[in-house]
Write a protein that binds this ligand. Structure first.
Ligand SMILES: [Zn+2]
Length: 477
């Protein structure tokens, strides 16, 4: 039976999850590690209720009790293809979920009365459909509340989604995406306190489409007057420019960024424009809060709730300190659609070093989607792997510009585009081109062509995300 309305809050589950997450934050290597082991054992037991994972567990039977590393990894295509064999709740079928998503349901309605459903925008391949149980939603909310602001000692629970504050979410609103579903759930809990004992604590939240023209978006934000802006780094940087030009006057207490890579220059720009802290996190539709950024600007893996195994192209483990081609993600929170050793094509590096902030959560660096890594070479040159973040930094620092996109149109050709707001794009191009060529030369690349593209930067059609360094889509040239 389907119950209308958003997924309600279970006070017992919610309090326990918040308490556990707080304890793990105080002692990641002790309490956190014990929680991880307990959750992994319980996930492996739950996964036996999924026909798809039952096969894998049987194949790995050599290891008793079952070891995570003995399980065959899984990818999104297989899960979407075998959707009806995936869930531990046999009512969760492709037909039922699609009827729910594309029928009359509203964003953040409870599917089968007890789950949230979101879809990924399909950055890589087909869109994914992910069903989340109440325990995983509670975990995401606890992680946001405790760790989004840096070290656990820095604030009481609810510090993040504090009541009475106005939150503006600027993102993809044209579908059941993870960000907008989560935010919409909070908004609806606030407007319908009868369904949740904590409803009165919920903040005032409004969502705005990132695909709207910038000026229109700015005008709407000005009217709403948020205290916290939640958006992609590219959109935060564009709004920061308007604020600096005094065409926008927001009084923000915090900016939360996610969904794209946040560069140092973007962080400086946003902080300068709004004169407030910038919070950054790394997440995915498959696990919403994989890592949080501490006050030293480093990402710490939430390894009490999620396991990441860095691997190479053949899914073999890579040692600490080496950039992985992909990671195998195990979501310890969600039991309805288990994710064990799920391939996520992000290039992640475990630094293996302790952070000056003192947190024992492992420090990771995220280089972005492996698909965006460029392989460049001029005529007769050896192909060289070029990491997006390094190229972005070279352009930002040398070109003094943040609102750009670099498209790779051929192994020896790059096209640099700018947002229309960039003043004197020709001068910015000349500076950025020089810096870029200097950087490429340090890699042994001497004959790469860089041209000034006159079109606007290309955004992902559905999510509105901007990838600042990527391959030109097919048919572009
Ligand atoms: Zn740190």
């Amino acid at each position: 039976m389907q119950r209308p309305g958003p997924l309600a809050v279970d006070p017992w589950l919610w309090s326990r999850t918040f308490a556990d997450t707080w304890l793990a934050g105080l002692d990641p290597a002790g309490a956190g590690a014990r929680q991880r082991e307990r959750r992994l054992a319980s996930l492996l037991t739950a996964a036996a209720g999924s026909p798809l994972y039952r096969q894998r567990l049987r194949a790995a039977r050599g290891s008793t009790p079952p070891q995570l590393q003995a399980l065959e990894p899984v990818g999104k295509d297989e899960l979407m293809h075998r959707f009806d064999e995936w869930s531990t709740d046999r009512r969760v079928t492709r037909a039922a979920v699609e009827q729910f998503l594309y029928g009359s349901s509203r964003l953040a309605d409870a599917f089968l009365g007890q789950y949230l459903v979101w879809t990924s925008s399909g950055t890589s391949g087909a869109p994914g459909i992910f069903v989340q149980d109440a325990a995983s939603i509670a975990a995401y909310e606890a992680l946001d509340a405790w760790r989004l602001r840096g070290s656990p000692a820095q604030g009481p629970p609810l510090a993040a989604w504090s009541f009475g504050q106005r939150f503006a979410f600027v993102g993809a609103t044209g579908g059941h995406f993870a960000g907008v579903v989560s935010v919409e759930r909070l908004r609806r809990l606030n407007t319908d306190p009868s369904i949740a004992p904590f409803g009165w604590l919920a903040p005032t939240v409004q969502t705005f489409s990132v695909l709207r023209p910038l000026e229109e978006l700015a005008a709407q934000l000005q009217v709403f007057a948020p205290a916290v802006l939640i958006t992609y780094p590219s959109s935060a940087a564009a709004l920061a420019r308007l604020q600096l030009e005094q065409r926008l006057n927001l009084r923000l207490k915090e900016v939360w960024c996610g969904g794209e890579q946040l560069s140092d220059a973007q962080r400086v720009l946003v902080r300068r424009a709004f004169n407030c802290p910038v919070r950054n996190n790394y997440g995915a539709s498959e696990f919403f809060s994989i890592a949080w950024e501490c006050e030293h600007g480093r990402l710490h893996l939430n390894d009490d709730w999620v396991i990441l195994e860095p691997v190479d192209d053949d899914l073999r483990p890579v040692p600490s300190g080496t950039a992985a081609r992909a990671v195998l993600l195990t979501n310890l929170a969600n039991h309805v659609q288990p994710l064990l050793r799920y391939r996520l094509d992000d290039s992640v590096r475990f630094t293996g070093q302790r952070c000056p902030c003192g947190s024992a959560f492992p420090v990771i660096e995220v280089q972005g989607r492996s698909a965006h890594t460029l392989l460049l070479h001029g005529a007769g040159e050896r192909p060289v792997t070029v990491l997006p973040l390094a190229v972005e930094t070279a352009i930002e620092e040398g070109g003094q510009v943040t609102q750009f996109q670099l498209l790779c149109t051929a192994p020896d050709a790059l096209e640099l585009r700018f947002e229309p707001q960039v003043a004197d794009a020709n001068a910015a191009f000349a500076r950025a081109r020089r810096a870029l060529l200097d950087y490429l030369r340090t890699l042994g690349l001497d004959s790469i062509r860089v041209v000034h593209g006159r079109g606007r930067p290309l955004r992902e059609r559905r999510s509105g995300k901007l990838c600042r360094v990527c391959h030109a889509p097919h048919g572009h040239r």
